[in-house]
Design a protein around this ligand. Structure first.
Ligand SMILES: *Cc1c(COP(=O)(O)O)cnc(C)c1O
Length: 453
């Protein structure tokens, strides 16, 4: 058969989330930006329901998945693991390539894995609405879906350029019942401040995050949601890797290499850390590879320092690789993964040599994405093409060296809503978004000083 699919039964959907904080080195405290002392659980609880505060600070190895959440997961989980035989043939490689496909979720990416538990815990805590920020629209769609599943309201601040360029993502959110607002907006202080300086501001993820946070503080019935980065978000995503481990048992194989796209780091964490836990317990060593865009090279060119997760500096300080919270990636970048920072857990794994990081250019990513679509029939999300590029590079190395390794790549979502980027690539109109040293330096200069490491 050309494409082999490994599926689990409903009974095999994980019953717990793994907590990667129990596996990854020293965990550094989150700091209050004013006092620069560790934030208290009470301070975190101002924008997070109690169960998530507990998960965020916990070093327990796992958390039980509440049954209502697990039942909603069962609407599309387990997600398939495929062996990509046609891609292997197209590359003429001795490597065995597998992909874990998260695009079967209702919104087309892995993000509902955490949006649903965040909605559940916020509802338990008495919230009647959810608010969040979104760039390309995938997180906003997941928040809108999760809110609708728990009969909650949803408010999404969407980066203005995407709001204008991706009208269908917005329509999807509205279909689920959410209100989607272009950011910067006139609805919040931080939005108004940005517009006063630059009325034509295209928006950024950091600005949208500041707006969503201010909306949550002004509307206490709304719970603020987080699409990536935090420990509890990475933990929720471990359903991906836990399923993959079981699916490799069915395949009677085991990965030598696990590759994922790295923006905020959560899908990579969810796929890779369950394999790391097995390795730390004595199983085979697995090379874990984070692939990021050359336009937003957080892990390969950023610094490890304490920084904010939003551009206005409203969030606490997290110790992580960062390009500076004021970093703005080149406007021509179409591949997503635009966060200036990365999950502290992923950052730590890279710092400690448990994970590697590489940066790739967007035309090389779309080239790999188109090759993948023609071989496997799925148009990957632009973000996911980074993982594909990383896996293809490893498969080509196997060919050069004449060794047949097993490669697992995280196909984090499909690209059916992202065809404008493909249109530009196919027309040869996608510039290779080199990052200038000036832009990089301007970002790094926004890391709070004196820098704390
Ligand atoms: C959001 C998203 C990403 C990047 O987020 P991470 O937190 O780095 O995982 C990657 N792929 C898709 C399809 C996404 O929606």
């Amino acid at each position: 058969m050309d494409k082999i699919k490994y599926e689990l039964t409903e009974a095999d959907i994980p019953r717990t989330w793994l907590n990667p904080a129990a596996d990854v080195g020293t965990v550094h405290p989150i700091l209050d930006p004013v006092t620069r002392t560790p934030v208290t659980p009470e301070a975190l609880a101002r924008s997070m329901p109690p169960a998530l505060v507990e998960q965020e600070l916990s070093l327990e190895p796992e958390f039980e998945i509440p049954e209502p959440v697990r039942q909603l997961y069962a609407q599309w989980r387990s997600t398939p693991l495929y062996r990509a035989r046609r891609l292997e043939r197209a590359l003429d490689t001795p490597a065995r390539i597998y992909y874990k496909y998260e695009g079967v979720a209702p919104t087309g990416s892995f993000k509902p894995n955490t949006a649903i538990p965040q909605a559940y815990y916020n509802k338990l805590a008495g919230k009647t609405g959810l608010v969040g920020e979104t760039g390309a629209g995938q997180w906003g769609s997941a928040v809108a879906l999760a809110a609708s599943l728990f009969d909650m309201a949803a408010k999404v601040f969407m980066v203005r350029v995407s709001f204008e360029q991706k009208p269908y993502r917005r329509t999807l959110m509205e279909t689920y019942g959410a209100t989607c607002t272009a950011s910067p907006s006139t609805e919040t202080d931080s939005g108004r401040a940005v517009l006063a300086e630059l009325p034509e501001h295209p928006g950024s993820l950091g600005v949208a995050k500041s707006e969503a946070l201010q909306f949550a503080f002004a509307n206490p019935d709304y719970g603020y949601t987080r699409g990536s980065g935090l420990n509890h978000v990475c933990a929720h995503q471990t359903v991906i890797g836990q399923e993959a481990v079981r699916q490799f048992e069915l395949a009677d194989d085991y990965p030598d290499i696990v590759v994922g796209a790295a923006g905020g780091g959560s899908n990579l964490a969810g796929l890779a850390f369950p394999f790391l836990r097995r390795q730390l317990a004595g199983a085979e060593r697995v090379r874990l590879i984070a692939v990021e865009p050359a336009a937003c090279p957080t892990l390969t060119r950023g610094r490890i320092a304490y920084d904010h997760a939003d551009s206005a500096g409203l969030t606490p300080l997290f110790r992580m690789h960062t390009l500076g919270h004021k970093f703005i990636p080149p406007a021509v970048h179409a591949g997503g993964l635009r966060a200036h920072n990365i999950a502290p857990l992923v950052s730590r794994a890279v710092e400690d040599g448990l994970m590697e990081a590489v940066a790739v250019r967007q035309n090389d990513c779309f080239e790999a994405g188109v090759l993948f679509a023609r071989a496997e029939g799925i148009v990957p999300a632009p973000e996911s093409t980074h993982a594909i590029r990383g896996a293809v590079n490893e498969a080509l190395r196997c060919k050069e060296e004449g060794v047949g390794k097993t490669i697992l790549l995280g196909l984090s979502g499909h690209g059916d809503f992202d065809l404008v980027a493909y249109e530009r690539y196919l027309a040869g109109r996608l510039p290779d978004d080199a990052l200038t040293d000036e832009v990089l330096q301007a970002g790094l200069d926004s890391i709070p000083s004196p820098a704390l490491v």
